[in-house]
Design a protein around this ligand. Structure first.
Ligand code: 9B3
Ligand code: ZN
Ligand code: ZN
Ligand code: ZN
Length: 438
């Protein structure tokens, strides 16, 4: 907010100089309007609570109704339950009040992030650097990722091709990369997407890592070689391209799409509540200002439509659906929109168990696993549930690192270890799928 006031202040002082040429003034005003003013988070703190009783849950809900809290986990206040971690961010003006209330309540709490703006700025120097070239151990902005897609596909045209599956609300292209040995025949496939939620930056970073790893280990790694010989991967590095761009330009903590909602001042739909899977019945909101807004109708979002159309079009060949999110370190499978267990629950449970065991073998990173409804929270309109109900019986959501120390602001130093260990989990699942084709 400080920055905004400064700019307003300087515009005001320019007005005082009456001799100033009008053209000059117009130039300045339009420059201010054209460059997005980044949302700042000075003095905002991220807290963690673990309510262990029903009273404590009530207290947390009461707190959220008196103070404007930005929930990081879970995504909405009705998902707060006994013994679950609640991570939330509080504006500078409410920090003292929050701390006083917490002290009075006697609830145990932790301060995860002392100053959100400082934490964000620690990752910001990569804005200058990334215009020149991409890096697998840095976060890359949208333009850099798109340039990376074009270049990487051109350089590895024996294994890669790409196509545009649609455009976003703001007109950005959404790309899918196809990875596989070209055999001239149609092959079974595994679909993986990243960047449904804009602020979960580790997710697109993983999709880039996955493509690099696949092409660079083809021919030497027997599992990858076998996978790419018999199957194709379809990888969408960023679904929510507008939201992702917005986290770079304006608001690092943005989650949703950027579509305008008729009759509301709030923008954006949660693209993981917008799919035709028990749509908006549970764990989603019909309020456009909510972070879990399900949208005005099923598939209202062009980004969701693009991916859903692609999957419907390739339905016969897609055997597994994988979607990458953060944070919480979980391997989830359907359902989230109901407590009903899926017909192949035991199989998915074993597969998830094997995947997280493999993941942990590298650095000991602990994941939990299970159906979404009981493992994270009941919520409808998610992509994994939709894919499953389309007949894709291997459908998983991965919630990558960490468990809240940095949350969405996972430091770049963790990109490499996170991607390496996640690679093991994905390879485990894919290897199972290729050996159990249906
Ligand atoms: C949510 C749903 Cl609705 C689903 N079907 N699968 C996973 C999740 C968890 C992610 C979300 O959208 O809240 C984690 Se960021
Ligand atoms: Zn390369
Ligand atoms: Zn997410
Ligand atoms: Zn998440």
């Amino acid at each position: 907010m400080g920055q905004l006031h400064q700019i307003k202040g300087s515009v005001r002082s320019v007005f005082k100089v009456r001799t100033m040429k009008i053209l000059c003034l117009l130039g300045l005003v339009s420059a201010v309007l054209a460059s997005p003013v980044s949302q700042r988070f000075d003095g905002e703190k991220v807290f963690r609570l673990k309510p262990t009783t029903d009273q404590a849950v009530w207290f947390v809900k009461g707190l959220a109704s008196t103070i404007k809290v930005d929930l990081w986990r879970p995504d909405s206040i009705d998902q707060v339950v006994v013994n679950s971690d609640v991570d939330f961010c509080v504006g500078a003006q409410d920090v003292q009040k929050t701390q006083d209330l917490l002290e009075m309540s006697g609830l145990e709490y932790e301060v995860l992030i002392e100053d959100l703006q400082t934490m964000i700025e620690q990752q910001i120097d990569n804005k200058e650097r990334s215009v020149t070239s991409h890096s697998y151990v840095k976060y890359n902005d949208m333009e850099t990722i798109n340039a990376w897609i074009a270049r990487t596909v051109a350089r590895h045209s024996n294994l890669l091709s790409h196509s545009e599956i649609g455009t976003s609300y703001e007109g950005r292209p959404i790309y899918v990369i196809k990875i596989g040995k070209k055999t001239g025949q149609s092959k079974p496939a595994i679909f993986m997407d990243c960047g449904i939620h804009a602020r979960e930056w580790i997710s697109p970073a993983f999709c880039q890592w996955f493509v690099k790893e696949a092409v660079s280990t083809y021919g030497s790694d027997p599992i990858i070689t076998n996978l790419l010989d018999t199957m194709d991967f379809f990888v969408v590095p960023v679904i929510n391209v507008d939201g992702y761009s917005f986290t770079w330009s304006t608001n690092r903590m943005w989650r949703k799409t950027r579509s305008k909602i008729r009759g509301s001042k709030c923008r954006g739909v949660d693209p993981n509540r917008n799919w035709d899977a028990g749509w908006c019945t549970i764990g989603a909101s019909s309020n456009p200002c909510s972070e879990t807004y399900c949208g005005p109708r099923v598939e209202s979002e062009k980004e969701v439509q693009a991916v859903a159309n692609f999957i419907r079009h390739h339905k016969g060949s897609i055997k597994a659906y994988l979607t990458m999110h953060s944070y919480s370190q979980m391997c989830l499978f359907p359902y989230s929109y109901t407590y009903d267990l899926v017909p192949n629950h035991a199989e998915l449970n074993n597969l998830a168990k094997g995947a997280i065991r493999s993941l942990a073998s590298l650095y000991g990173t602990q994941y939990t696993y299970g159906p979404g409804a009981t493992t994270i929270y009941p919520a409808a309109g998610g992509s994994d549930d939709w894919a499953y109900d389309q007949g894709i019986k291997y459908s998983f959501t991965f919630e990558l690192r960490d468990t809240g120390r940095y949350g969405f602001l996972l430091p770049e130093s963790q990109i490499k270890p996170t991607c390496e260990e996640t690679m093991l989990a994905i390879k485990y699942v894919a290897d199972y799928v290729v050996n159990n084709l249906y």
